[in-house]
Write a protein that binds this ligand. Structure first.
Ligand SMILES: CC(C)(COP(=O)(O)OP(=O)(O)OC[C@H]1O[C@@H](n2cnc3c(N)ncnc32)[C@H](O)[C@@H]1OP(=O)(O)O)[C@@H](O)C(=O)NCCC(=O)NCCS
Length: 296
């Protein structure tokens, strides 16, 4: 089998992203770093000038068998069809050329053995003290009922009419205005966004105070939680736990069998991991960051 096309662009357009997601969905397993949802979220969460990063797609027979996505200035995301694992070398070479000698880094899951061998071949090293993400999963068979403080309610967003409030709660939870009404509108238009999996908690006065969105990969029957947040004044009241459980019930109704989430696993930012473990998620893999610096 020969690769018959390589496409490179300054950034991923909607059709390119969909082709990348097609590969990610086709080869997804718990040993995968990526899910169709984190590609959509990564592409659309911020306004385009912040995320217009170069991509390269390797195609065979009209479908993508490997992709690289350079999150400038130094980070690479990549996905390679396990049947074409040799293409990892091509993606890494593309990133080397693009980086022009600068520091490069990217994450590999501890169970991606072939990829770890490829990065070692390309001169990457693994610092021991780097932050990492812990991949967690949960079956949807035994979900507890969400419990909210008196007067608070959980519900799915209703599209455009909730957009401003939905963005406001995200901005407050993250203390950042990088997610905007326009960028979130793009998120809502992206595949596979579904408003029935985008949940909020309303305070008694109607203000949105917590949120949980789940990206559903219907082909693999697995949902990815991304993102979750509670406004600072309402933390530690059980709102995130409740909104996640409400969204997980909706995910089960949509037909999923499993949910995954990947919070930080190191001690620098342990709270999200504690939240997900408190609702039954268990860790099954972790990332390792590999770094490459050319000799001076
Ligand atoms: C992480 C975050 C969503 C938690 O929201 P929250 O509404 O305060 O969480 P809950 O009250 O539902 O807490 C559920 C569990 O999470 C854990 N937890 C939450 N806050 C914690 C804290 N400050 N310290 C330790 N554990 C904590 C606990 O296990 C808690 O259960 P318990 O209260 O019975 O001990 C919130 O701190 C936040 O929005 N942070 C910024 C955005 C973010 O990091 N999002 C998550 C990554 S996508």
């Amino acid at each position: 089998m020969n690769v018959i096309g390589t496409i490179m662009r300054a950034y991923a357009g909607a059709a390119d992203l969909r082709a990348m997601q097609e590969l990610t969905q086709r080869v997804w397993s718990p040993a995968s770093l990526h899910h169709v949802g984190d590609l959509a979220w990564g592409r659309f969460m911020y306004s385009p000038e912040l995320v217009d990063w170069p991509i390269a797609l390797w195609e065979d027979g009209g479908r993508v068998v490997a992709w690289g996505w350079a999150h400038f200035p130094d980070e690479l995301k990549l996905q390679v069809d396990p049947a074409r694992s040799e293409l990892a070398d091509d993606v890494l070479a593309w990133f080397d050329e693009l980086a022009g000698g600068g520091v490069r880094e990217f994450d590999v899951l501890d169970n991606q053995v072939e990829l770890r061998e490829a990065v070692a071949r390309h001169g990457y090293e693994r610092p021991e003290d780097a932050p990492y993400f812990a991949y967690h999963a949960r079956s949807l068979l035994d979900l507890p009922k969400p419990e909210l403080p008196e007067g608070f309610t959980a519900r799915a967003v209703r599209g455009e009419e909730d957009l401003a409030n939905r963005v406001a709660v995200h901005q407050r939870a993250w203390n950042s205005t990088r997610v905007t009404a326009q960028s979130y509108r793009d998120v809502m238009a992206a595949w596979p966004y579904r408003s029935e999996l985008d949940w909020v908690v309303e305070a008694p006065d109607g203000e949105f105070v917590a949120n949980c969105h789940i990206w559903y990969d219907e082909g693999n029957r697995v949902g990815l939680i991304e993102p979750v947040g509670t406004a600072p004044d309402f933390r530690r009241c059980g709102l995130s736990r409740a909104v996640c459980l409400a969204a997980l019930h909706a995910l089960r109704e949509a037909g999923a069998g499993m949910a995954v989430v990947s919070p930080r696993g190191d001690e620098v930012y342990p709270i999200p991991q504690a939240l997900y473990r408190s609702i039954g998620f268990q860790s099954y893999a972790r990332t390792h960051t590999y770094v490459k610096k050319d000799p001076a």
